[in-house]
Design a protein around this ligand. Structure first.
Ligand code: F6R
Length: 240
């Protein structure tokens, strides 16, 4: 695991955006694994700028998002579909048919999860996976548990996560209690992973990951088993 410590959020976002753009330059038809949440917003802003400047080309890229609240419709402004359109998809030259996000309205949840895994496999697997980390060490919505799921599944959100994500909703009661998420093997199958970590509040999970110890109570710690993970952190998260 390589660690890049940036001075601040802006630098972290630029370093990450440059890596995504570099990936697209090396392999224009790259399959990108994407995250939502506040951490990657600066990276998406920079990618939008680079796309307009001709420095990042999404025209042949495919994308798979990590997760989506359940049940939430794509046009709900709290959905991750909405978030991605707002921050990236509507502003760069990615083709709508190349965008994949778990369907938060699926009636047959198992069929949706199976189909999501099949679509990732048919695309040839994920080349570059972007991750954020939860205060509780989750990645995607793989919450700390005694046993983690390997593949895309429906999961209950922990109280920690509901609390942390309440800031995006009018009230805590409105935060969905469940989500569809890629599993640990879906994530670990990516050829390269960028884990973005920002802010003092993320010092504890970062420290747990960098300790090198692997435990399902910090799902991100499993990234220590991945052959090509780069942690990009700002100094606030690194030093605490
Ligand atoms: C988002 C996701 C989550 C977030 C994590 C951190 O798609 O899968 O794991 O990356 O909850 O969220 P922020 O960046 O809002 O602190």
């Amino acid at each position: 695991m390589r660690v890049i410590v940036c001075e601040n959020y802006e630098e972290m976002s630029k370093v990450a955006a440059n890596m995504v753009a570099g990936q697209l330059l090396l392999k224009p038809e790259s399959v990108l694994g994407l995250a939502t949440g506040s951490t990657p917003i600066g990276m998406y802003e920079e990618l939008v700028r680079m796309n307009k400047a001709g420095e990042a080309d999404f025209s042949k890229a495919k994308s798979f998002n990590l997760d989506e609240y359940y049940p939430l419709a794509p046009d709900n402004d709290q959905s991750y579909h909405y978030f991605m359109n707002e921050h990236l998809f509507s502003k760069v030259n990615i083709k709508p048919e190349n965008i994949n996000i778990p369907d938060g309205t699926a009636k047959d949840v198992q069929a949706e999860c199976d189909s999501y895994e099949q679509r990732i496999a048919q695309a040839g697997g994920i080349d570059l996976q972007i991750l954020g980390i939860g205060n509780n060490g989750h990645i995607g919505f793989n919450e700390p548990e005694e046993a983690l799921h390997s593949r895309t599944h429906l999961t209950d959100l922990t109280e920690d996560t509901i609390e942390a994500n309440a800031r995006f909703f009018a009230s805590r009661d409105e935060v969905p209690r469940q989500a569809l998420t890629m599993g640990m093997a879906s994530i670990m199958g990516a050829r390269k992973i960028l884990l973005l970590i920002s802010g003092k509040g993320k010092h504890a999970p970062l420290k747990a990951v960098l300790s090198g110890k692997i435990t399902t109570s910090v799902p991100a710690s499993l990234l220590n088993l991945h052959a090509d993970t780069v942690v990009i952190t700002d100094r606030a998260a690194y030093e605490g």
